[in-house]
Design a protein around this ligand. Sequence first.
Ligand code: ADP
Ligand code: MG
Length: 405
Amino acid sequence: MITVQKFGGTSLSDASGREHVLRHIRREYEAGAELVVVVSAMGRRGEPYATDTLLEWISANGDGLAERELDLLMSCGELISAATLCSLLNAAGLPGVVLTGGQAGIVTDNKFGAARIIEVKTERIVSHLKQGRIVVVTGFQGATAEGEITTLGRGGSDTSATALGAALQAQVVDIYTDVDGILTADPRIVSEARQLAVVSYDEICNMAHNGAKVIHPRAVEIAMRAGIPVRVRSTFSDGEGTLVTHADAAEGHIGWSDRTVTGLAHVKGVTQISIATEGAALNPQLQVFRAMAMNGISVDFINVMPSGVLYTVTDRDASLAVRLLTEMGFEPRVRSGCAKVSVIGGGMNGEPGVMAKIVEALADRQIPILQSADSNTTIWVLVSEADMAASLTALHSAFALHAVS
Ligand code: ADP
Ligand code: MG
């Protein structure tokens, strides 16, 4: 049986983390698993071999790389990490071999910096596994059919892991990270956040799309399509973590998939734009959204009314959006530094009083709701970034999420 283990940057960044990594590998290997180990680059911005550090290095040295060469550079962090881990494995008497993404059979399109996986050819991995080796694969990267090295974009190592898991029909993909599992909210902001024992692919996809960066949503989608279970668990403990599976697949967890609220997520750096369109030329709404689309600005929280439009863009896109609107003759009103807070749960559909509870919890703390929207499984509120942490804490307690499991 094949198990895929993925270790994130913080798990590999120092010697003590790497000891823990080795411990998890040894445990599974000695239990008889055929192991494919996907690694990220070691550490975060500022640490020597982190991807952001490599990028800073090049911007200080001419800043002259085209996308193809940037991907060559960005693929180095994972190579160093994989070679380091392989050396430690061999020194500990465990037989390791390193494959780059391309060597591991991950074939991508040629969109450098954000490549999509087209196919995974497993022969080479399978042959190493047959010979009893632990295959260490550099995450976050693949190669085009012509052999050009590509990278998969942010969170790409999660995607490497589930894509390999799907192609190899692994029994499980274990995502090891610096928290105990998937929690009811980001523990860096909500200290009462609780670990969830089981979540559905849909629930975590929804949380991840709304900003919970514990796992990349594309990685979850790949696992879901292949029906491969994923566990998110801690490198630094022996906890079982959180099982991600189909809503009906986990026995003994009856009812968990239709809980009213599963968790909270947040996204910072949002700008709210409002425009009065009364008296404007024909179809002003269409003009506005066409201009945003043609300039690659993605929009969110859209309210179209006879009197105007209200929507959000990222702070990053805000100045371009405002310039376009001004050139078109509108007078946009702009509020930057907002945050989108999401309340997520598959069981809130048709359940009365969820919105009332949200409004009450925020009103109690004098937190103004700048805008809101909802779907079957999510209610979003826009608040000022300064109110974000207090909003998350208030909602966490209003929905008694500390008592969820
Ligand atoms: P890695 O380097 O292992 O890929 P990441 O930083 O990408 O780690 O993801 C782990 C981080 O995700 C945690 O440290 C935590 O702050 C954050 N996070 C955000 N939302 C959640 C959540 N709902 N549950 C758990 N972790 C979360
Ligand atoms: Mg990550």
